[in-house]
Every structure is written in C-alpha cells, then in structure tokens.
Design a protein around this ligand. Structure first.
Ligand SMILES: Nc1nc2c(ncn2[C@@H]2O[C@H](COP(=O)(O)OP(=O)(O)OP(=O)(O)O)[C@@H](O)[C@H]2O)c(=O)[nH]1
Ligand SMILES: [Mg+2]
Length: 474
C-alpha cells in the first residue's frame, strides 16, 4: 500500500450515468463540473483541486464510466505479475484498444495511487456488472469508499447495495449529491478517514481545513451583512426644498432610498453567494415570501409593524397630492401603499386638517417640515429585523444548495413552497432581541457603529444563527 505523502487524491469511479460527476461537483463545491442525463458525458479524466486559502488541500478526479468491466476483470484475474503493478500493466496492455478506452482512462489515477470513491445509483438493484466493477477495485488495492447516490426517492435496494459493498469496500456512505447539505458533505469527508490508516492524518487535516474555511466564510458573511444593514440604518440625507416642491422632492428621496437599499441588499447577497462558490444557481425568491416582497410594499410595512396611524400618515401625503389636484397614481409618491389606501387617504385628509400633516411626519425617520426635507436615520427597528430575515433566509438557501444539483427550476419551486412568512428573528428570545435593539440604536445613530460593542454582540448573534441554519435547526 502506498503511503500518502502528498495531497490526497480521490478518483470518482463507477458505471456511466450513475452520478459520479454530480457527487464530485458537490464534494468539491464546483458547479462547473459537467453533469448530464446522457450516459458517457465524461470521457476523459479531469482534476478538480479543492483550494483553501490559496492552497490545494485535496483533489478529486472525475472519470468516465466503466466500458468493459467484465473483460477487464477477467484479464485481472488471470494476471500473474506483481500486485502493485497490476493496474499499470492492464493499462499498458490495452492502451489504444478502443474496446477498453474508458477503462484505461478511469484506472489511470488509480495506477498513480489515488484513492477511490465508487458511486452507484442506489435506486436500482445490484447487477453482475456492478460486482465486476467492485471486484476490479478490490483487486486494485486502492483505499476505497462506496457511495450510494440515490438519484430517485427509491430506497428499496439500499440494504442489497450495503450488503454487497461490505465485501468490497472500507467504508460505505449514503449520499445524495443533489440534496447534500454542508453537514452531510463534511460527514462524508470525515468518513473517508477510515478507509486507510495511513491516509488518516492527511485526511484529518483536510477535514479541519474544510471546517476552518467554513467558519471563515460564515464570519465573512456576517461582516458583509452587517456592513450593508448598518449603512441602511445609518442613512440620512437632508436637502433644502421650497414648500411648493416638497411633494416632488420627497418622492424622489424616497425613491432614492428604496433603490439604494435594494441595490445594497442585492450586492451583499451576491457577495455571500460567491463566498459559497455558486456561479450558476441563483435564487429568485418566491413572490409570496417576505423575501421577494418589495421592501417598501404595504405587506412589508405591516410586517415592519407600522401602526395604522403611520400608514395613514403615509397616505396623507397622497391626500395632499389630491388636494393639489393631482391624481394619486400620477403623482406617484408611491410608498407602495397608495393604491390600497384609497379609503384611508380621504380619512387622513380630514384627520390632519388640510396640510397640517406636513409638519413633523416621521416615517422610518422621514421628516418633512419648513424649508428642508430630511430622510433617515431609520427610527423603526422593524426594518432591521426584516433585512436580517431576508438575508438569513437567503443564506440558508445558498449554503444548502449542493453544487451537484442541476434541476434549478424544480429547486426554486421547492424553495417557493417551503418559504414561510416568518423569518428566523420571529423566534428570537428577549435576550436576542435586546442584542438586536442595541445594535439598531448604535447603527442608526451613524458613524462608528462598526467597532462598537453592540456590533460585536450582533456579530456573535448572527454567527450563532448561521451555525444553527447550517445544522438545520432554524
Ligand atoms: N435526482 C437526482 N439526480 C441525479 C443525482 N445525481 C445525478 N443525477 C442525475 O443523473 C444524471 C447523471 O449524472 P452525472 O453526474 O452526469 O453522471 P456520471 O456518472 O458522471 O455520468 P457519465 O459521466 O456519463 O459517466 C444527470 O442527469 C444528473 O442530473 C442525484 O443525486 N439526484
Ligand atoms: Mg460524468
């Protein structure tokens, strides 16, 4: 047996179309791996190094499926030479023979000392061909693990596969390459340690590096989120404005604020997505979810906990628009509530006696009065909760979308069906809310919040949330 004194390398081997490339894609977190429903997609070996901090820590090799396993096994059973040379001799003896092209290709890394991850589709029964493939791998003497990748929901053959595998492999895992979470990925890697004692120290280092890297990504995610949310809360702008222009300027400022928040949120989520190495999968959050709602829609405002009075105040602006003879829709001072506030608008007009409402409106920190218009800082902490909920839900979807999964449309539909209205912050206890409120006060007060104790507290809280999300507890 070869001692491992270099980067651990695993060839992902199996029959065509069983999900080898998909397993590799998930394990290596690489969504560029070619996965296809047509058997024979992978025709040459391809290395997929896993880098942590610019250092290669483990390498997976994608290989084509076995082409002629029965005859390959026959040759190996009749082989008379040294055990260690068997695979290399087989390749040498069949080089250039088109009947063994894929077999030679896929055994190449094994001849070079790679470990083997043998992938089967557990939703079908074991066939003799599989037995031949397993026997080839056993004869190769390579450290090896079997992975039952259930492409279908069917687990009827699981026991059959497991008992068959016990004869041929050092370790066996059930692993769904389309659904595997971060935790399941780590578990599989942990399990690789047991395939060979001599490989154990190197593989222990790999698992440690994976865990450290994951922790670093979570910390970076928290920093990205807090930077964005802190900015959103601290935002303030004052512009001089003659009374007769207030409607238009006010509208414009709102528009700017909404666009700014939406843009910053989008940018923050995009940064988190690329931290978790997603280039293709991109969530379109479902419409009925709080995630997809326009941040400033009426539903969101209700969610934000604005009182009826505050909503009337918002509506009152359209009352003024009406007073000035403008059509509400055309005035377009859309707080996202106007169209549904028809009745209230009139009420507001009466309740606030003409234009009195113009002094001292405070809505998410918006002040209108005198010759100045000011927007921000936000005065309603519910905005913090909604931004957190959206971001944490996004985080949950991103970290648990396995890179080997390719049915993007079906997946998005599942997300849409799964998303509840409540975000995680709805479950926060008093202590957790206190941390959030403290952060809100400091962040909305403006500069310097980033290095504050309150921000530290919030960082810790978010990290714990993310950990729980990764563990499937939120
Ligand atoms: N539902 C589901 N489909 C899967 C899973 N793994 C693979 N598939 C699908 O099975 C088909 C084959 O997957 P690949 O990963 O390309 O299989 P392969 O073994 O690399 O195939 P070749 O390269 O052709 O030998 C693709 O259509 C995948 O989307 C899985 O865990 N669940
Ligand atoms: Mg493939």
């Amino acid at each position: 047996m070869k001692k491992l004194n270099h980067i651990p390398e695993f060839a992902i081997i199996g029959h065509p179309n069983e999900g080898k490339s998909s397993v590799l894609s998930t394990l290596a977190e690489d969504d560029s791996v070619r996965v296809s429903p047509i058997p024979g997609e992978t025709v040459t070996c391809q290395n997929f190094p896993v880098m942590v901090d610019g250092r290669e820590i483990i390498r997976f090799v994608d290989t084509p499926g076995f082409q002629n396993p029965r005859k390959t096994l026959q040759w190996m059973q009749g082989y008379q030479g040294e055990d260690e040379q068997m695979i290399a001799s087989f390749i040498e003896a069949h080089a250039g023979d088109p009947a063994f092209r894929d077999d030679c290709e896929l055994l190449g890394p094994v001849a070079e000392g790679a470990g083997v991850i043998f992938v089967v589709d557990g939703s079908r029964p074991v066939r003799n061909m599989d037995r031949a493939e397993m026997e080839i791998l056993r004869l190769s003497g390579a450290p090896r693990m079997a992975v039952i990748n259930s492409k279908g929901e069917d687990s009827a053959y699981l026991a059959q596969w497991q008992s068959e595998f016990r004869k041929h492999f050092n370790a066996i895992r059930v692993f769904n390459s389309s659904r595997a979470t971060y935790i399941q990925r780590i578990e599989l890697l942990e399990n690789l340690k047991s395939i060979d004692q001599q490989w154990e120290p190197a593989l222990r280092d790999v698992v440690e590096a994976f865990k450290t890297d994951w922790q670093a990504r979570s910390e970076q995610s928290v920093d990205i989120l807090l930077a964005f949310i802190g900015e959103a809360l601290a935002y303030r702008k004052t512009v001089p404005c003659a009374k007769e222009n207030q409607q238009a300027v006010c509208r414009q400022m709102w528009q700017e604020y909404q666009e700014l928040i939406a843009h910053k949120e989008h940018r923050a989520h995009k940064a988190i997505r690329s931290l978790f190495k997603h280039n293709i999968f991109n969530i379109d959050l479902p419409e009925h979810s709080i995630l997809e709602k326009d941040l400033f829609s009426k539903a969101t405002w209700e969610f934000l906990g604005l009182t009826d009075k505050q909503i009337i105040l918002a509506g009152a602006m359209s009352g003024a628009a009406l007073g000035a003879g403008l059509d509400v829709a055309a005035a377009g001072i859309s707080f996202g509530v106007f169209s549904t506030l028809g009745g209230l608008v009139g009420a507001a007009g009466t309740a606030f006696k003409g234009k009195k409402w113009l002094s001292g409106i405070k809505l998410l920190g918006m002040h209108i009065g005198g010759e100045q218009l000011r927007i921000g800082p936000v005065t309603n902490s519910q905005l913090l909760y909604i931004l957190l909920d959206r971001s944490l839900l996004f985080y949950g979807h991103i970290i648990n979308w396995s890179h080997g999964r390719r049915d993007y449309d079906a997946g998005k539909k599942e997300i849409a069906e799964d998303t509840k209205k409540e975000g995680v912050t709805a479950y926060w206890n008093k202590g957790e809310r206190k941390i959030a409120e403290r952060f809100f006060r400091v962040a909305s007060a403006g500069n310097g919040w980033a290095s504050s104790e309150a921000a530290q507290g919030m960082r810790g809280l978010l990290l714990r949330q993310m950990q729980q999300i990764a563990e499937g507890n939120r």
